[in-house]
Design a protein around this ligand. Sequence first.
Ligand code: MLT
Length: 311
Amino acid sequence: IALASAGAHAQTFPSRPITVIVPFAAGGPTDTVARLVAESMTKTLGQQVIVENVGGAGGTRGAGQVAKATPDGYTLLLHHIGQATAPSLYRKLPYKVTDFETAGLITPVPMTLIAKPGFEPKTIADVITYVKANKEKVTYGNAGVGSASHLCGMLFMAATGTPLTTVPYQGTGPAMNDLVGGQIDLMCDQTTNTTGQIKGGKVKAYAVTTKDKVPSLPDLPTLQASGLKDFEVTIWHGLYAPKGTPADVVAKLNQALGVALDDPKVASRFADLGTEPEAKNRRSPEFHKQFLTDEVAKWKPVIEAAGVYAD
Ligand code: MLT
């Protein structure tokens, strides 16, 4: 009986559309990854996989909504490194990291330090000199405390010892509009959102945040090579279901996610955007669970040292 019931859910799952909550505004990097993956999963699962944007509080509003959803596999969360930093940034978080089932890692994404068109500094070294001289006069766009752009900005301010003026948005999609329009000076955002603007000459690009250069943005030096020696941040994305979602349903979602990551169309779109599907040996729900635990532990001391809290 136990075996039969264990597999029972997945036999009929999914029997209706699935909602994937992206905890940031449409048009940003998380949304871009989600829509690519959702399109492929719709085909594999035979039901609409619908992306719903729920912005606010650096991604924690959308995550909190999924943490409280019915654990039946029909409400999922697609989130990034913010799932690991929020527990240290928010002392009154309305959910715990353990309120989710991990359904698999998706894609590791480099970040780029970019500025409004016409920003004065020419090189990343000039930017560092400029922010040290101008401090709060320099505005920095992000998607709220807990977002990837917030984490990168926090690391940049700590590494340069400069307090920039932060301008928070519902996502770096809208933030990018203001950067291109010259309303804000600087932003650190994922290549999935910045590659098009950089190649289109709409923003000034200075460096990448990864240890190695990004092949699709060969002209950009790394921040490490530019003097910010320990600066390294790669944004990773994962799929989650509410805790208590049956394991065989999670397994079916994880399997459909794997098909998406093996889809040549998804892989080539990822490559255009400076990223790639997660390596095959890192795609299981169990690997994702351990990786998330390790990331929470990794970022806790970094956030405490920076002394940045949301509440
Ligand atoms: C977004 O999707 O808007 C970004 O991931 C927000 C962020 O984390 O900076």
